[in-house]
Design a protein around this ligand. Structure first.
Ligand SMILES: [Zn+2]
Ligand SMILES: [Zn+2]
Length: 173
């Protein structure tokens, strides 16, 4: 989706996008190339370009970094990106707006690529080590069993606490 800069009114343009298709190449796993993203953003014209502020949310299919199972990972990323007309240097008044905490992009052919904006921010929202759940037990290093589905038959620590109790009962009997 592209927005014609000339069509942004002086008071700004607010956009709410639902299930917007965004092509996203996820790091490992078998990602869908198209994800669906919801977004809310406001575009404000300045003398040198356009300020895009908002938030993108989506649910991505990721692979858990501990147990290797696919899971649905909700992500949310607020953004504030300044789009500058190419060839325009920031004037003194604009310098404050293009402060370091603002990402700056260039406007191409008078249009702003909203899909690319969502794409970049979804990539930023990706967890470095995705976890299917906070306390994911991962795989057994010996037999490779998924410990989230219960203890495996491997001997030695770490033992399931329930078994420890059982052992103690047997010993005390
Ligand atoms: Zn996991
Ligand atoms: Zn095992």
């Amino acid at each position: 989706m592209r927005i014609d800069i000339a069509e942004i009114p002086q008071e700004g343009l607010e956009l709410t996008l639902r299930a917007e298709p965004v092509a996203l190449r996820l790091p490992d796993g078998e990602p869908p190339d198209q994800v669906r993203a919801d977004a809310h953003l406001k575009l404000t014209r300045t003398s040198q370009g356009v300020l895009a502020e908002g938030e993108v949310t989506s649910t991505l299919s990721l692979i858990c970094s501990r147990c290797s199972e696919p899971f649905a990972c909700p992500v949310r990323e607020p953004f504030s990106v300044y789009y500058q007309h190419p060839g325009t240097g920031a004037t003194e008044g604009e310098v404050e707006l293009t402060a370091e905490d603002l990402d700056t992009e260039f406007i191409e052919e008078g249009r702003l690529d909203v899909t690319a904006l969502l794409q970049q921010n979804l990539l930023l929202a990706l967890p470095v080590q995705p976890l299917c759940r906070e306390n994911c037990q991962g795989l057994c290093p010996r037999c490779g069993a998924n410990r989230n589905q219960g203890p495996c038959a491997c001997p030695g620590p770490p033992l399931d606490p329930r078994f420890t109790v059982l052992e103690r009962l047997k010993r005390d009997a």
